[in-house]
Design a protein around this ligand. Sequence first.
Ligand code: ZN
Ligand code: CU
Length: 487
Amino acid sequence: MTLSYDLLIRNATIVDGTRAPRTRGDIAIKDGRIAAIGALDSARADAEIDASGLVAAPGFIDAHTHDDRLLFSDPAMTPKVSQGVTTVITGNCGISLACSPANAAQTPPLDLLDSGGGWFRFPSFAAYREELAAKPAAINAACLVGHTTLRCAVMENLGRAATHAEIARMRELAREALASGAIGVSTGTAYAPAAAAPTEELIAVCRPLADYGGLYVTHMRNEDEHVTDAIEETCAIGRALNVPVVISHHKCAGIRSHGRSIETLAQIEKAMRSQSVGLDCYPYVASSTVLRADRLAQSTRVIITWSKPHPEFSGLDLDEVAKRLGVNEAEAVERIKPAGAIYFMLDEKDVQRILAFDETMIGSDGLPHDAKPHPRLWGTFPRVLGRYCRDLKLFSLETAVYKMTGLPATRFGLADRGRLQTGYAADVTLFDADSVIDVADFKNPTALAKGIATVIVNGEIVWREGLASGKRPGKLLLNPRSTGAPR
Ligand code: ZN
Ligand code: CU
């Protein structure tokens, strides 16, 4: 019998996203789904791809992004598609485009999403969802709503704990977001506009999570000297709400905290025995966020990624900026704010230990609107595959792929993604395991990665041999318990 499909991928080395050993075979796609896998010699299709010498993996899931606006402003999603990413988790670190008030651009770190371009125009999650449905991007997105965003929406003075009335309003906004399809709430208590929120406020605002099967995802209150306290707070919130938690971009920041991942991973592992705890990590020893004076002493080098009053300093080291301004570094920070920066403040051994930890997902934390962004925006996934898996042999190829596919799909509740399996959505990335590598670096941060051959989203080719196809098959992946979600 001859079967006819939309697309056939022939002769691939199949790494299916479950950590199972690789196999050789063909993959047939029909109506946006994987229709068959195996030796499909007699099958026919409208189009065929010869994947000899290439790995076929589920499309990568970027577990931590700030792509809320990029989905609209660059619907080709080039920084992500070019790495093989087919789904992004947005709305992290407490900040989301959805539910932000119109004046959010004045409040760092919300200005990481938009420092004045009029993008804060989605008063509800439903409004955001409608616009994305009307203007789909090349890849899929699953969205969190940010607690810092909710604070900005309901509070005048962000320097204190929310009142009962304010908490009630934030809780209603969170409920609306979850009911409209958000998959969870993110917090960013490390940042000024949410730092005054006590644990009780976070629990009270996040109450609706349990009703919607949502996640509590957090850029924790502290990632340096008090990192273990912050992990404890995160786990306590998860227990109080009885929901899964995700520790974002886990790191031990600052020279004084180097080496402490031994302790933090043991703590996380212990917590995992009694509750659901996830974590993600980016493969670099430098972090990046808004420019903050309190990070200077903790860093060996600081690079400016953008500056509103001084755009000409983007890409320069802070010590050079200080020299040019004829002031010390602390004073330079004050003069060029609002701004963003890269901080060399992590230890390579910690980064490797965290990446290699069984439960660690890969998340870029890329900042797509920075003038000279941290290279993680363009390089994270090929860097894990090329540098950490192939060259440093930190883990097998099957494990590397699992960390970017099956694992995040399970954690974030993306039921039919993250695996190459019959019936699953046809998100597929073909890459050359021998040559895949990141090219973006701190000098040239937007260079295309090498070795990503073809990227398929919901059965449509969106990227091939370094070129975008122009197709926009991306979907908003809704919380399955929201109203109007499929199934
Ligand atoms: Zn963060
Ligand atoms: Cu982030």
